[in-house]
Design a protein. Sequence first.
Length: 82
Amino acid sequence: MTKHNVNIFFQEKTYQKIKDLVEKRKISHFINELVEEKLEKEEKKQKEKLKQQLIKGYQAVANSKKRQGEDEIWDETSSEGL
């Protein structure tokens, strides 16, 4: 696994909380876990948003009168060829 050094600046108050909570040599690991959790939540949120957009799109197409008319024409045309 490749690792990258990154400079991150915290407000003093936030840093003190981290420092008090986490052992000195484990701060990077702690921050990395927090970021991973946040990323997972954001990815799930984006997937759910996309899912809802797709559902709305499919519903709009399904409810379209013009589309229903075209489907009927295609159904008639395709059944005549069978």
